[in-house]
Ligand binder design. Structure first.
Ligand code: GLU
Length: 395
């Protein structure tokens, strides 16, 4: 029997980060000794002070439907956080809380994009950006960058990519998968180009904001001329080790927030009540409370760069944020390793999975076909073992 699925779902690619994580889990369940560096997920537990807030909420009988855009107390707490951490002034009616930043981004795309609109994606970019644009029947336009420029695009490239059909650009700093952080000056130079094109909206995904090693990330909406057309996206997953709690949010012009609420009201309604109560405690907590995780990520990054640096042929840069390294592996293309000819980053990633038992994500998924992504949100012992295995296979 044929399965008459819609063209929409048939043309949608599977999320490669999730697919690789699922594959690693499957192989592990089948008895293979896989080390998964595929998923961008902190290996810490959610801090106790946040867990206690959730337990309290259960005991206080928070169990009813929540307002579609989030509890007022949470939206107020998010406004306080935006002011404190980002020098951004938002009112609660500009905030929408969603089931993870992924839903926040999907809402924004759904309410702003029409079929045929163009969305600019500075590459490398997170896997789901392109898929979310495609679901809106918009066309995504990649702006490439390489490891030589620390994976940053230039204002000239941005200018050249803009057409009358350009409706949005998705920025993400600190970046997944490259760990790159744009400086204030770099963002201001890009904003100067965008100032000449008032039809373009900016989605600024700041989910890795707190995972930085000294270089404080800049919030795009603090540029006066950009505030009215920027949607600031953030969430709790990465900084607070709360991936499974699914809390994301936006700060946006009120009319966009209102439209996102309308969209969400027809698809998921308000986000989980317990997770929202815990989120109030999390967003109001001083950033110093999560610094131990950031410090540990930095130690791991330094160790991973040192160990990977001993492998000939991997081109590396120093990512100042997030918890990924994104080596350029193109020097292996055309070579035969363990009887396999490596044509591209997919082959390289599969080589690591099948011969080294290490799961990574191909750069193809992120619009960067010379690279692979390794998440270092794993234990030191696992990272050391994984890199040793990679080294054995490649030498
Ligand atoms: N954002 C994480 C990653 O890139 C989680 C998986 C996903 O949603 O893509 O690995």
């Amino acid at each position: 029997m044929s399965h008459p699925l819609s063209d929409r779902i048939n043309s949608l690619p599977v999320s490669q980060t999730l697919a690789m994580a699922a594959k690693a889990r499957e192989l592990k369940a089948a008895g293979k000794d896989i080390i998964s560096l595929s998923l961008g997920e902190p290996d810490f537990n959610t801090p106790n002070f946040i867990k206690n807030a959730a337990i309290e909420a259960i005991n206080q009988d928070y169990n009813s439907y929540t307002p579609v855009d989030g509890y007022t107390e949470l939206k107020e707490a998010i406004c306080t956080k935006f002011k404190r951490d980002n020098d951004l002034s938002y009112q609660p009616n500009q905030i929408v809380v969603s089931t993870g930043a992924k839903q926040s981004i999907a809402n924004v795309a759904q309410v702003l994009l029409n079929p045929g609109d163009e969305v600019l994606l500075p590459a490398p970019y997170w896997v789901s950006y392109s898929a979310i644009a495609t679901l809106c029947e918009a066309k995504f336009v990649e702006i490439p960058s390489t490891i030589e420029t620390d994976f940053k695009i230039t204002p000239e490239q941005l200018k050249a990519a803009i057409t009358p059909k350009t409706k949005m650009i998705f920025f993400n700093s600190p970046n997944n998968p490259s760990g790159t952080i744009y400086s204030e000056a770099e963002y201001r130079a890009l904003a100067e180009v965008l100032e000449k094109h008032p039809q373009i909206f900016i989605l600024s995904d700041e989910i890795y904001e707190h995972i930085n090693y000294g270089e404080k990330p800049f919030s795009f909406a603090t540029i006066d001329t950009m505030y009215d057309r920027t949607i600031t996206v953030n969430g709790l997953a990465k900084a607070f080790a709360m991936t499974g709690w699914r809390i994301g949010y936006i700060g946006a012009p009120q009319w966009i927030a209102k439209a996102c609420t309308k969209m969400q009201g027809q698809i998921t309604s308000g986000t989980n009540c317990i997770a929202q109560r815990a989120a109030i405690t999390a967003v109001l907590a001083p950033v110093s409370k999560i610094q131990y995780m950031v410090d540990e990520f930095k130690n791991r990054r330094d160790m991973v760069l040192e160990l990977l640096g001993e492998i000939d042929g991997l081109k590396l840069n120093v990512p100042p944020g997030a918890f990924y390294v994104f080596p350029d592996v193109s020097s292996f293309f055309g070579k035969t390793i363990q009887g396999r000819t490596i044509h591209n980053a997919n082959d390289f990633s599969m080589l690591l999975l099948e011969e080294a038992n290490v799961a990574t994500v191909t750069g193809e998924a992120f619009g960067a076909s010379n690279c692979v992504r390794l998440s270092y949100a794993a234990s030191v012992a696992q990272l050391q073992e994984a890199i040793q295995r990679i080294k054995n296979v490649l030498s």
